[in-house]
Design a protein around this ligand. Structure first.
Ligand code: OSB
Ligand code: MG
Length: 368
C-alpha cells in the first residue's frame, strides 16, 4: 500500500443536542478528518479527540501538529505491507493515539476496498448486527433526563448509560430506577471521584447497575482495584486503558471487570484488536465506546463492534441522535430491536458525502 497523498481537514458540526459530562458541555464538534489516496483508492479516518484536553491530552490542534509534522512525513510516499505495519512505525512516538488511529484506520478502509471485503470482516468481525446502547449526558433537570431515557427506550436501545458527577449521581439514579426498575442501566463518571468518595460510591450498589465506568483517576489502575474490592457493581475502565498491556495489567490486579474499547484512545484497529484479544482470553467482556463521532468514526466503530468479544451493547447509536445531516450516506440507523446492521458491502459500507464535508470544512491541508 503506497500512500500517495494525505489530506487533513477540520470540520465543524453542530450537535443536535448539547452533550454534557463531568468535564463540561459540548455544543459544536470540531473534527479532524484524514483522507488518504493509496493505490488509486481513497480511505477515510477520523480523529476522535474532544475540543479541549479534558477527556485526554489530545485536541484537534495537537492532532493536526502530530499528523502534519510526524505521522504523515514518516509514511508518505512509502510502501506499507499492511495498516498494522504503519501502526508499528508509529509506536516510537509516545501517546497521541487518536492522531495515529485516524491515519491507520484510513488505511484499513483502503485495504477493505482492495480486498473487496466489508471492513468488519477484514478486521475479524463475525457479527452481522451489533447491540446498541446510548450515552445520555447531564441534563438541565432530572425530568428532562427521564424524558430522554423514555425516548431512547421507545426507539429500541438496549441499555441506557447516564453521565454522573458529584451532585448528579445517587439521587438521579434513584429517580431513574423508580421510573424504569428493570432496564439495563449504567453510569459513567469520567474520573469525577476519588477514593475519598468510597462511602458515597458504595451507594451505587443499590441501583443494580451493569457497571460503573471510570469512576476514579484517568490514569489510575491501582485505586480502581481497591474500589472494585469494596463494591459489588462491576467497574468498567475507559480513560485508563490505552494499550493491550494496560488492559492485561488492569485485569490482573482486578481494577475492572469490563473494558470499554475506543479506537482512538487505544491508537487504531491494530491496538484495538490486541486489547480485544487480551480481554477475550480472560473472559472480560468489552464494548465499543463513543466520542460523539461523525459518520466516518461511527462506521469504524460499527466495524470494530462486529468482533466476537464485543458482547455488551456499545455507545454506537444512530447518526440522527447527533447530527441533522451526517457526513456519510446513508446515515447510521438503528433497528426497532436496538441493533445496527453491519454493512456487508466492501470497505466502510457508508459513502462519505463530499459536498457536506466540504461545506463543513474550516481548514484543509494536502500532503503529497
Ligand atoms: O466517556 O464515554 C465517554 C463522549 C465524549 C467523551 C467521552 C465519552 C463520551 C460519551 C459519548 O459517553 C458516547 C457517544 O455517544 O458517542
Ligand atoms: Mg466513558
Amino acid at each position: 500500500m503506497k500512500i500517495k497523498c494525505v489530506e487533513l481537514r477540520e470540520i465543524r458540526l453542530p450537535l443536535v443536542h448539547f452533550f454534557e459530562t463531568s468535564f463540561g458541555r459540548t455544543t459544536t464538534r470540531r473534527i479532524v478528518l484524514v483522507r488518504v489516496e493509496v493505490d488509486g483508492l481513497t480511505g477515510w479516518g477520523e480523529v476522535t479527540c474532544g475540543e479541549e484536553p479534558f477527556y485526554s491530552h489530545e485536541t484537534p490542534e495537537t492532532a493536526w501538529h502530530i499528523l502534519r509534522d510526524f505521522l504523515i512525513p514518516s509514511t508518505l510516499g512509502k510502501e506499507w505491507p499492511s495498516p498494522s505495519a504503519l501502526a508499528a512505525r508509529f509506536r516510537p512516538i509516545r501517546g497521541h493515539n487518536m492522531a495515529k488511529a485516524a491515519l491507520e484506520n484510513a488505511l484499513w478502509d483502503v485495504e477493505a476496498q482492495q480486498k473487496g471485503l466489508p471492513l468488519a470482516k477484514l478486521v475479524g468481525g463475525t457479527r452481522e448486527e451489533i447491540p446498541c446502547g446510548v450515552s445520555i449526558g447531564i441534563q438541565n433537570s432530572v425530568e428532562e433526563l427521564l424524558d430522554k431515557i423514555a425516548t431512547e427506550l421507545a426507539a429500541g436501545y438496549q441499555r441506557i448509560k447516564v453521565k454522573v458527577k458529584p451532585g448528579w449521581d445517587v439521587d438521579i439514579l434513584a429517580r431513574i430506577r423508580e421510573k424504569f426498575p428493570r432496564i439495563l442501566l449504567m453510569a459513567d463518571a469520567n474520573s469525577a471521584y476519588t477514593l475519598a468518595d468510597l462511602a458515597h460510591l458504595k451507594l451505587f450498589d443499590r441501583f443494580n447497575l451493569m457497571m460503573v465506568e471510570q469512576p476514579l483517576g484517568w490514569e489510575d489502575l491501582l485505586d480502581h482495584a481497591r474500589l472494585q474490592r469494596e463494591i459489588a457493581t462491576p467497574v468498567c475502565l475507559d480513560e485508563s486503558i490505552h494499550s493491550a498491556d494496560q488492559a492485561r495489567q488492569a485485569i490482573e490486579i482486578g481494577a475492572c471487570k469490563i473494558i470499554n474499547i475506543k479506537l482512538g484512545r487505544v491508537g487504531g484497529f491494530t491496538s484495538a484488536r490486541e486489547v480485544h484479544d487480551v480481554c477475550r482470553a480472560r473472559n472480560v467482556p468489552v464494548w465499543c465506546g463513543g466520542m460523539l463521532e461523525s459518520g466516518i468514526g461511527r462506521a469504524h466503530n460499527i466495524a470494530m463492534s462486529a468482533l466476537p468479544g464485543f458482547v455488551l451493547p456499545g455507545d454506537v447509536s444512530a447518526s440522527a441522535r447527533y447530527w441533522t445531516d451526517d457526513i456519510i450516506d446513508p446515515p447510521v440507523t438503528v433497528t426497532p430491536r436496538g441493533t445496527i446492521q453491519v454493512p456487508q458491502t466492501p470497505g466502510l459500507g457508508y459513502t462519505p458525502d463530499l459536498v457536506r464535508i466540504e461545506k463543513a470544512t474550516v481548514r484543509k491541508e494536502r500532503f503529497e
